[in-house]
Design a protein around this ligand. Sequence first.
Ligand SMILES: *Cc1c(COP(=O)(O)O)cnc(C)c1O
Length: 391
Amino acid sequence: MNYKISRRAASLSPSLTLVIDSKAKAMKAEGLDVVGFGAGEPDFDTPQHIKDAAIKALNEGFTKYTPSSGIPELRQAIADKFKKDNGLTYKPSQIIVSNGGKHSCYNVILATCEEGDEVIIPSPYWLSYPEMVKLAGATPVILTTTDQTEFKVTPEQLRAAITPRTRLFILNSPSNPTGSVYTPDEIKALGDICVEKGVLIMSDEIYEHLLYDGAVHKSVASFSQAHYDHTIVVHGFAKAWSMTGWRLGFLAAPEPIAKAIDAIQSHSTSNPTSFAQKGAVAALTGPQDHLKGWLVEYAKRRTYAHQKLNSIPGISCVNSKGAFYLFPNISKIGLKSADFCARLLEVEKVAAVPGIAFGADDYLRISYATSLANIEKGLNRLENFVRNLKA
Ligand SMILES: *Cc1c(COP(=O)(O)O)cnc(C)c1O
């Protein structure tokens, strides 16, 4: 059969992370001792009280369709979270709960972008953004940043990239893959330009609670009514509550955009899983103590990994201020990032994600969402690998 694949689907790039990941998994299955730095998810378990709430909901028969944008109780709890954490006032009708933060991003892009529109995406970027933009028929416009500016776009860069076709600017702070965090002043400067030019902002704030060294997070929506009116905030339960497999994300948007997204979701996925939503209510309204312990652990790993990476000849690494990633520069080594990672896995059984997957071929992404013992073992192997390349 000669299957016709739609232009939209055919335009997508297959996920490079999955190539390394499936190879690493196959090696593990063969019994090889592989150290994985590829994880894009916390290594901690979902807190028990969240699980209990979902189990209780299941046992009580809360297993049917819910309103497609989420149960009122959860949308209210999310509105309360925005008020408490970000000083942002949203009505529950402005909140949409989706099947993961990724789904929330996709809904925002589908609801706001179409053929002829341009979407500005700073690189290194979360690898799904450009593909989602292509799925919507719009054009990704990539703004390259480097470790010289801690992977942050400057206001000048943003201003120069805006054209009459620019529809959306995607901001992700703290960032996956770099761990970089914009200061409130830097966020405001970018927001000001979008307001001035009438460009919407999709602000992916899923790592808002994972901060180090006194870094602070401020939502771009919170600077003024005009900033609020131009912003859609995307968030989710995956990272700060370690609920990646639950598939629950959410967004807060100006009313007309929320309405459009509600329509899209009602005809595509319908509601996110009913009993998972009950768990999410417990996540937001229950104790948040788990996070303190996780942050202490992440911070220790980050400090160790940052120092160790910088001690390896040919590698340099700016310290991240958020999320659970470091993004070391390997340009002095003289291998393309995909080649570097393929050989590192082959020779030393260490899985890292090549920077090219995030639009940045001079780097690797190292996730420290794994134990300190694993990090020590893996980075010692990485050091061996680099030393042997030079020998
Ligand atoms: C993890 C992540 C998300 C959301 O992931 P889901 O599992 O779909 O909730 C969104 N944006 C970024 C940048 C992420 O790293």
